[in-house]
Design a protein around this ligand. Structure first.
Ligand SMILES: [Zn+2]
Length: 337
């Protein structure tokens, strides 16, 4: 039988191509195919619709080396097929849902939201790989090297769901949370993005909706109740959104299980996840340590550590009042955040 190198129907070739891929400006960040000389396109890591809607074109995003890059330059090499026919429909559905609020976003289902968040975080990593660490001295190498990106190979394989080449059976590879948010008046303040690449955590607030994902925990945070129901009924203030992000990001860093996946050849290939609890009685997360959680909170709020942590175990919160009732925290006249 004649098998084309590009044939994705053969599971071994499919996996090999992703494993042996190049990470460079001539290779599609998603499908790993070399770009046609005449047809390279760029995929915006932060979708164009979001840049337009939230006035982000000239805003900058902070990279791992501490420098800032304007959102509009935050693109990754992407083939026409992936860009137009695979990723665009996902963007269209997310845009339509975001306009209609948290319930509409929830209705998209966690599979679509995982792919949407998963593309952004992988795109950020890929973009950083292409940027020189020190723009004044390109010999110092790029911000991240490709061995770091190779550590995210499982994530890349699971992203192939966007191309319809793979399907996860009865599971989503991470935990997704959707929150109602208060909407500040200025477009720019209606947007927020927080991430942590170590645990593939990402939180995005857009208008009245906040979407938060711990993308490689195998669903562990979804299984254990991280937040009381009330938190999902509240309309979060921008600072409260950052607080829930700190909670999920810290939790993600304490996960005790690495999901075990098994992929079986098919059209599309089918990936199964073995039960997370397995035969171990160990809890899914390490014990909550307020002093460590406070580091995440301080970083996401932009506060000093001493202003959020009060030894031995008190941590600042915007979620509850002193009597422990949930706190309505309205946007003030200068819009808080
Ligand atoms: Zn592609």
């Amino acid at each position: 039988m004649n098998k084309n190198m590009d044939d994705d129907s053969d599971l071994e070739r499919f996996m090999d191509r992703l494993h042996n891929r190049n990470f460079d400006a001539e290779t599609c960040f998603l499908c790993a195919r070399r770009l046609e000389p005449l047809g390279p396109t760029a995929e915006h890591v932060i979708p164009r619709w979001a840049q337009k809607r939230f006035d982000l074109w000239d805003q900058t995003i902070k990279l791992l080396n501490g420098t800032h890059i304007p959102y509009r330059y935050l693109t990754v090499p992407c083939c026409d097929e992936c860009n137009k026919y695979r990723l665009h429909p996902i963007e269209d559905s997310v845009l339509a849902a975001v306009e209609n609020g948290a319930e509409a976003v929830k209705a998209l289902g966690n599979r679509v939201l995982w792919l949407w968040l998963g593309k952004i975080i992988y795109g950020l990593l890929y973009r950083e790989l292409l940027l020189p660490f020190d723009r004044r001295d390109p010999t110092k190498g790029t911000i991240i090297n490709d061995s770091l990106l190779r550590e995210y190979e499982t994530h890349l394989i699971l992203l192939q769901q966007a191309r319809g080449k793979l399907e996860t059976v009865d599971f989503v590879p991470g935990s997704i949370f959707i929150f109602n948010c208060q909407q500040p008046q200025t477009a720019l303040k209606q947007w927020d993005l927080l991430d942590n690449i170590d645990s593939l955590f990402i939180g995005v607030r857009m208008g009245r909706v906040g979407i938060v994902g711990s993308l490689c925990d195998g669903g562990a945070q979804s299984m254990s109740s991280v937040f009381p129901d009330e938190v999902f009924r509240m309309q979060l203030h921008p600072m409260q959104f950052r607080e829930v992000c700190a909670t999920v990001a810290y939790r993600a860093s304490t996960a005790t299980r690495i999901p075990h996946l098994l992929t079986v050849e098919g059209t599309p290939h089918k990936t199964y996840q073995l039960p997370l609890m397995g035969y171990s009685l160990k809890p899914l997360f390490e014990t909550w340590e307020p002093a460590v959680y406070a580091k995440f909170l301080a970083a996401y709020l932009g506060y000093k550590y001493d202003d959020v942590f009060f030894p031995p175990d008190k941590v600042l919160t915007f979620m509850v009042n002193s009597d422990r009732s949930f706190r309505y925290f309205p946007l003030d006249t200068d819009e808080g955040a």
